[in-house]
Write a protein that binds this ligand. Structure first.
Ligand SMILES: [Zn+2]
Length: 253
């Protein structure tokens, strides 16, 4: 086994290599694949956006509903005041009517007409107030229900975020550990070999080393020729797949 390390060739052409370097390169690939996977996991974790969106929607509906409720309540107060004043006016007219002070039949008939007109207005107002009271009660129920829903969604988001943060911490903890191991490992790998590895990783979807399993390249799933396979088994040269160009490695045991 020579210490000569020139790695300019690709595609099945072999280059002398130190066996340990090849083992380290395979370990590096395994580390990098785990790092890639964890980074993917971290990216795919929902940071609570969907729960926050539905919470915001419920809050917006609550604001609108409270506003509508306030409008109904204000209208109700106004109608009640109106009713109050009509009742007062009616009372006063009735006092005049039955006081005996007014004797002119025409005047009496006019007063009677006014009292009756006020009575009709009063009936209309009372009807309207009843409808409004009904509506207001409905709104009060809906607002209370929505308030409970908002509170429930807030709790759900809080719980989710707690879980999310702990998962992120867990993933980042593992990533930190793997990255430190990676630093340690690459310090032991020949720089030129490492350069080739990084070059391939960048161009081969993160997979520079293809693990051979069942006489097939683990990178492109193409069956490897017997000559290539025996070279891979020897571990004395850097062998790359003729099909995908990845560094071939056979796991022992
Ligand atoms: Zn291949």
């Amino acid at each position: 086994m020579s210490g000569c390390k020139v790695f300019h060739d690709f595609g099945g052409v072999t280059t002398p290599i130190v066996m340990e370097d090849l083992d380290r390169l395979a370990s590096l690939q395994e580390l990098d694949s785990r790092i890639d996977h964890l980074e993917q996991v971290r990216r795919s974790l929902d940071d609570g956006t969907s729960l926050r969106t539905s919470l915001d929607e419920a809050k917006t509906r609550l604001v609108q509903m409270r506003e509508q409720l306030r409008g109904k309540q204000a209208r109700l107060r106004a109608l009640e005041l109106q009713l109050e004043s009509i009742v007062q006016k009616q009372k006063k007219l009735e006092q005049d009517l039955y006081s005996g002070r007014i004797t002119n039949p025409k005047e009496l008939a006019g007063l009677q007409g006014e009292v009756e007109a006020l009575g009709r207005m009063k009936d209309r107002l009372e009807d309207e107030i009843l409808v409004l009271l009904d509506e207001t009660e409905g709104f009060l129920r809906d607002v209370a229900q929505l308030e409970a829903e908002v509170a429930q969604r807030e709790r759900a988001l809080e719980e989710y975020l707690e879980d999310y943060r702990s998962r992120i911490r867990e993933v980042e903890g593992s990533l930190g550990l793997l990255r430190r191991r990676r630093e340690e490992l690459i310090s032991q790998i020949d720089p030129e070999l490492l350069e080739k590895y990084e070059y391939l990783r960048e161009r081969k979807g993160g997979k520079a080393v293809a693990f051979v399993a069942g006489e097939v390249c683990g990178g492109c799933n193409v069956a490897l020729p017997a000559g290539i396979l025996s070279k891979v088994r020897e571990k004395e040269t850097l062998v790359t797949c003729e099909e995908c160009g990845r560094i071939l490695y056979l796991k022992m045991g």
